[in-house]
Design a protein around this ligand. Structure first.
Ligand SMILES: Cc1ncc(COP(=O)(O)O)c(C=O)c1O
Length: 371
């Protein structure tokens, strides 16, 4: 049996006529740039998440750069952010001339540790960029307490978090809507993934929304009239059409992911060499990836790959040890939890159309390795 880490073709086959119709309608309309599918999809995302405003952009990385630019994460402003995440969560700060201030993460949830974060706040700190990693949001209650106490803006990297909710002030709120801005990525493997790149900025603040909408079209509020030096970064009409179909099936997809995670948990529960991810109270989990912490991780991965089971390592190198961030002056040992995670995490196959027998095969193969 071959078990892919991720396979988009299974879902395509399942809803083929819906996808084909959506694609053909978009192409036959001839409106390729910001066609009506983009605004329809933005409205659908607002309805689903509860956001007041949504702006479709070219990808999640651009969404982060645009939001960072608007929140002025530049001119050496210090921005608090986790060291264990995808590169784009930090490059958006650094490329604009802001200074990323890394924090360690929680070893059970993989998310930013706000006790460590508070210790790193100075009078130059301007914002917090929390990341909602893998299956639950960062602790947004602690995040907003710090933001209020030190008068900081908050940009939520919800690239991996479409569908995640967290309890905040007694209410479950969708990821990305507690801070000033939130962003999504529609990279194909994401919980809401397109057939190419795509991203979105969400906010409940009208002024920030208007800026984001203008920044995606070169800072123009009216064609050829530029209020800001913006970007050329629009969600593609074809991707919006495809994502509308995907969004109409999202609840089922998220439920299936949850079911798969429960099966992994059941089958791997008694293995002492493995630690399963922990979901903290007040979080509605969304299983973007299923990451275990494993003893002899690299050998286990090689064993699984030799049995044609796809795996991935999120993330092999913490950001403070990336060559391009040497100038920030961090060194090995500065973030012990993140560094340990980079040596032990392993993501197992996870996508809605995964079959139960495939999960069983993955778990049997893991058990066989540790025997
Ligand atoms: C945490 C995080 N931030 C940002 C991004 C960037 O999104 P994109 O690949 O759409 O540019 C990703 C996804 O790749 C991500 O996982």
């Amino acid at each position: 049996m071959k078990v892919p880490f991720y396979d988009a073709t299974r879902e395509y086959k399942l809803y083929k006529s819906e996808f084909d119709n959506a694609i053909s309608n978009a192409v036959s309309s001839g409106a390729f740039i910001l066609g009506k599918q983009v605004s329809e999809f933005e409205e659908a995302v607002c309805n689903y998440t509860g956001a007041k405003y949504a702006v479709g952009v070219a990808n999640g990385s651009d969404a982060l750069v645009i939001a960072s630019d608007i929140l002025e994460y530049k001119n050496n402003a210090e921005i608090i952010t986790p060291v264990f995440t995808f590169f784009a969560s930090t490059s958006c700060i650094a490329r604009l001339g802001g200074k990323p201030i890394f924090c360690d993460v929680d070893e059970e949830t993989f998310n930013i540790n706000f006790t460590d974060a508070e210790n790193r706040i100075t009078n130059k700190t301007k914002g917090i960029l929390p990341v909602h990693l893998f299956l639950q949001t960062a602790d947004m209650t602690s995040c907003m307490e710090l933001a209020k106490k030190y008068n900081l803006s908050v940009l939520e990297d919800a690239a991996e978090a479409f569908g995640m909710k967290t309890k905040y002030n007694g209410e479950y709120i969708h990821a990305g809507l507690i801070g000033d801005f939130g962003i999504f990525s529609f990279f194909p493997t994401k919980t809401l993934g397109g057939y190419g790149d795509g991203g979105m900025i969400i906010t409940n603040n009208e002024e920030l929304y208007k800026k984001a909408k203008s920044y995606r079209v070169h800072g123009a509020s009216k064609k050829y009239h530029h209020d800001y030096i913006g970007y050329n970064s629009r969600l593609d009409t074809l991707q919006a059409a495809i994502l509308q179909v995907k969004l109409s099936h999202i609840n089922k997809s998220l439920e299936l992911r949850k079911k798969h995670a429960a099966l992994y948990r059941k089958l791997l529960n008694d293995l002492p060499q493995i630690k399963l991810p922990v979901i903290k109270d007040g979080n509605q989990e969304v299983n973007y990836v299923f990451c275990i912490k494993a003893e002899k991780r690299d050998a286990l991965e090689a064993h699984l790959n030799s049995r044609e089971i796809g795996t991935s390592i999120y993330y092999p190198v913490p950001l403070h040890l990336q060559k391009c961030f040497e100038y920030l002056g961090y060194k090995k040992g500065d973030f012990p939890v993140a560094e340990k995670l980079c040596e032990t995490v392993l993501a197992l196959p996870m996508f809605p159309e995964l079959k139960e027998e495939e999960i069983s095969f993955v778990c049997e193969s893991i058990k066989e390795f540790y025997k």
